[in-house]
Every structure is written in C-alpha cells, then in structure tokens.
Design a protein around this ligand. Sequence first.
Ligand SMILES: C[S@@+](CC[C@H](N)C(=O)[O-])C[C@H]1O[C@@H](n2cnc3c(N)ncnc32)[C@H](O)[C@@H]1O
Length: 368
Amino acid sequence: MGAAYSATERKAGNVTNEWSKPEHAAAYLARMHDIPHRAAGEGTVLAEIPTDAKRILDLGCGDGHLLALVLAHCPDATGVGLDFSPAMLERAQKRFADDSRATLVEHNLEEPLPDLGPLDCVVSSFAIHHCADQRKRGLYEEVFNLLEPHGVFCNLEHVASPNERVHARFMTAMDMMPEDEDPSNKLLDVETQLQWLKEIGFEDVDCHWKWRELALLAGRKPQVRAAGDGQEMDEAPSQAEVRWLDSQLEAFNQQKVGRDDFQPVNLVIREQGKVVAGLKGLAGWGWLYVRVLWVEESHRHQRLGSRLLERGEQLARERGCIGACLSSFTFQAPIFYERHGYSTFGKIDDYPQDQTLYFMSKRFDAGH
Ligand SMILES: C[S@@+](CC[C@H](N)C(=O)[O-])C[C@H]1O[C@@H](n2cnc3c(N)ncnc32)[C@H](O)[C@@H]1O
C-alpha cells in the first residue's frame, strides 16, 4: 500500500495525501474496526461531550462512524461530516440514508473551514494528521473560532512516537510492516499539539486517552462571562479580535501624535556565519526603544553589547531620535546600561520575586 517514507520525510510532511484515491479509502474501511483499542478512545470522546449538545462537526468523517456515535450520544443534535474523499462520502451517505440529522459536505481540510454556524462540539478521528503541521495549527484556530463558548473539541488522533524505536513497536502492535506505513501520515507529538491548543485559548486542555500512537487531545472554549446589559466579557477572544485591539490603539495614538514614523533598528554580529549577538529595537516618535540586547555566553566581556548599543543609538540619532529607553531586570544588565549613560526613572521590586524590574532612559544631548 504505497511507498515507504523515511522518518525525516514524514516529519517534514514531504509526502502526498493518498486519501483522495478510492482504493486507499477502501483499504482503510476494510480494516478500520481492527484498530486496537479504538472503542476505548471513542468512548473517551463521548465522555467529553455533553449529551445536550445541539450542533456537531466531524472533520475528516470518513464513512461517518464517529459522527454516528456522537449523534447517538446527543439525541437532540444535528451533525455535519466533512471529508474530501468522494468514496468516503458515498459510504457515509449510505450510513445516514435514513437519518436526516446528518449532513455530509465535501471539503478539503487544507482549505479554511466553511461557515457552518455556531457549533457545540467538533470531533475528528484519525484525520487531521494528514495535514501538514502548520495547517493542523490553523485548523485548531478555526475550530476555536467556530465553537460556541463552552464548546468542546475532541481530536482522536494518530500522533508521533518519541523515536523510531517506539514507532516500530507501534507498528508491530498494529500488526503492520514498514511498507504498510500510510504515506499520507504527518505525525506530530502530543505535547506540541496540547501546547498549541492552550496558546489558541482552549481550556481544560489534556490528552485524556492514549494507547501508543493513538491519543485523544481535547479542550474546551471558555465560557463567556456576563458583564452588564447586552454586554459580555469573553475570556478567550479570537486572535482577530486581539489584533483589532492593537489596531484601534495604534490608530488612536497616531491620531493624537500626528505621525507614525516607527522603524525597526535591528543589528546582529555574526562569527563564521553564525549570529553571536544582536540588538532589536524600534525607533519612532523621537525615541529608540531597545527591546532586546543579547550576547552569546561564550562571547561576553568582548564589548559586543557595547558596540551594538552604541551603533543602535547612532542609527537612532541619524533618524532624529533624542534619546533611548529600555527595561532591564536585576539579573540582566542594569549596571551595563548605567555605564552607557542610562538612568533609572522607575522600578518595580519583587518582579519576579526577589528581583527588580528597572525602567531606564538616556537623552542623547545629556553628554553621552
Ligand atoms: C484514517 S481515515 C479516518 C476516517 C474516520 N474519521 C474514522 O475515524 O474512521 C482519514 C480520513 O481523513 C480524510 N482526509 C484526509 N485528508 C483530508 C483532507 N485534506 N481533507 C478532508 N479529509 C481528509 C480521509 O478521506 C479519511 O476519510
């Protein structure tokens, strides 16, 4: 069944997706119920889904097996199954021929999800790992945005083993030979995926079930808290809404100051082609803001930091800046900046505990 791919190729996602081929779908359908412990994973999915859920979506639904289980679990729900394989959708259509609660939609998961209205629950089984990693994350974000507050996402998934040895043991446990490996697999570890779900804003994120490379990754969209008449406070706004906040403040600032002349001041020092030190700053509104000044440990005490700071200040002066400012923790380098003429105009003690955060500035016309 298809060519075998090396671990590196699989990890990079440099492989095709065979699932659009009818014979690939047929081969899976013939053995899908032989997947060890499948029922245990699916039972754990159902345990995560409230029985009063009303709108369900199954991503990569195949023949509709999981969607049917979820609809049986949620008697008042309607469900949508998405898949890009006509062969799979045909099988799903047969399954739901007498069940008007299920709708099947041909859709490629590489494309943004269609607007299906608000959803209480998004499930998927053994499908998302056929998308490249970047798309997996994008898909998780889209799921988050489609879910209602308190909505549940359950991804029963084929995940990566920590190394080839453990992967070989999974293959043996599945009674599969290396040549049986699905060339469409783009497996990713559990930890990275759980981290993504948390970053996106899901709560209660966990791997609730795992057998070797099969795992249930789940999370819930946080509840929206009421904040007053007709208003609601959302503790997990979408990334677009957060970007909107930034853009609104930027527009307001620009209107008040009358100019938006910010330009990056970025410098690096390389040694034999490798970066060993650098400065990242922003010059605008007459000031240089030094965000990062970093020197590799092996290259400290060679004045690299001083050279970067002096050159950054010089560039800022040439762009009409009158001074520079930054923040530095006790365990960073406030003394270094003092030597360069910076003085502390504010500090917060115990940030973090037993340390101090200093706010420092320097005017270029003050003699330095
Ligand atoms: C291993 S099967 C799992 C099917 C079903 N969810 C199950 O648990 O039995 C993988 C499913 O993902 C679908 N799939 C793979 N890549 C896809 C893509 N890019 N867009 C939509 N569906 C895809 C396949 O067509 C197939 O139905």
